[in-house]
Design a protein around this ligand. Structure first.
Ligand code: X2X
Length: 340
């Protein structure tokens, strides 16, 4: 039997409703939770994002003595990233973890942390995201009815993989059919580099590579390994072209339905696990080159200045500086130096 996506989603959401109702019909001793929330995300269950976020949810249940119960739907069970974002806005789900670049389809300012070749190391990243730039973006998120937790999780520095050729200089990107997440900035970045990008949700990315709709993609090595992209990709070029984070987002109405003491317990656990996840995730990303080489991937270290020069020539930085505005751009450049 085959199940189409719509049927699958309908079943998944019926199952979700049933699970949420369960405590009410359970043993006489079981306290019904006061707040039953759904949290959905795109990561496989072995990814550090899931492991740490699920731990935060368990601890929240424990520390609120069962008053707040958050059920986790990993691995795109409730749809792709942009579908989940719609559900988060409507209140069909209550929490989502999401890349700032994809969030920019709703909050344009959010993608600023993903400007190509901006951050060169994690010290710069955390100084910006735990500092003024992060605060600027969180306040923009707040104006849309969503709430972002203070500490952003780490997806990592992204690398380009392809099935057909190593990317050694910006020239090698010319005409490359590459999958990028659904985000105007990502599409703009790869167009400016001469590639031919297509925005595809992560939920559909593997199939796009397998069926050769695209020849390449870009992601941190943790995802490349966990999603077994080595089955459909051969070359890995260590461009580190974009640092990508993962905001922990709440539907504002659901969040504000909780009294302050419960909000505090939730925020504390989400933020503490973010700090722990940053460590786990970085170790994972930095440890995978030899494992992926053993699986058949061929690594190379590209000529990075050629990419930044190509972007400057294409007017990429100037264009995005105008879009974000001088205030936001100054907060970024304060941490990474002059870009344009
Ligand atoms: O969609 C992607 O490539 C991923 C998994 O890295 C994100 O979550 C942005």
């Amino acid at each position: 039997m085959t199940i189409d996506r719509r049927t699958f989603l309908a079943r998944a959401s019926a199952a979700a409703t049933a699970t949420i109702a369960a405590p009410f019909v359970g043993s006489a001793h079981a306290q019904a939770p006061q707040f039953s929330f759904k949290y959905a995300h795109n990561a496989p269950v072995t990814h550090p994002l899931h492991i740490h976020a699920a731990k935060a949810c368990e601890q929240i249940k424990e520390q609120t003595k069962g008053r707040v119960v958050i059920e986790v739907f990993p691995n795109n069970q409730l749809g792709g990233d942009t579908d989940m974002l719609s559900q988060l806005r409507s209140g069909a789900i209550h929490f989502q973890t999401l890349s700032p670049l994809i969030l920019s389809t709703l909050v344009p300012a959010a993608s600023i942390s993903g400007i190509g070749f901006a951050f060169s190391n994690y010290d710069q990243v955390w100084a910006a995201m735990d500092g003024e730039l992060g605060a600027y973006v969180r306040s923009a998120i707040g104006t849309t009815g969503l709430v972002a937790m203070e500490k952003i999780y780490d997806n990592g520095f992204r690398q380009i993989t392809t099935s057909n050729r190593p990317i050694k200089t910006a020239e090698d990107l010319k005409g490359l059919k590459i999958r990028v997440p659904v985000s105007p900035l990502w599409t703009s970045l790869f167009k400016a580099l001469g590639a031919s990008p297509t925005g595809i949700n992560w939920a559909d990315a593997y199939v796009a590579m397998q069926s050769k709709v695209v020849d390449g993609q870009e992601n941190a090595l943790g995802i490349v390994s966990i999603a077994k992209l080595y089955e459909v990709q051969k070359f890995c070029s260590e461009t580190n072209h974009v640092w990508d984070g993962i905001w922990f987002l709440a539907n504002g109405k659901a969040w504000n339905s909780m009294p302050a003491d419960l909000q505090q317990i939730c925020a504390k656990n989400f933020n503490e696990q973010a700090l722990a996840q940053r460590v786990t995730n970085r170790k994972l990303n930095e440890s995978l080159e030899s494992e992926l080489t053993a699986k058949g991937m061929v690594f190379n270290r590209p000529d990075l200045p050629s990419f930044k020069k190509a972007l400057q020539r294409a007017g990429f930085y100037q264009e995005w500086k105008t879009k974000y505005g001088g205030e936001a751009w100054a907060l970024l450049e304060k941490r990474v130096g002059a870009l344009a």
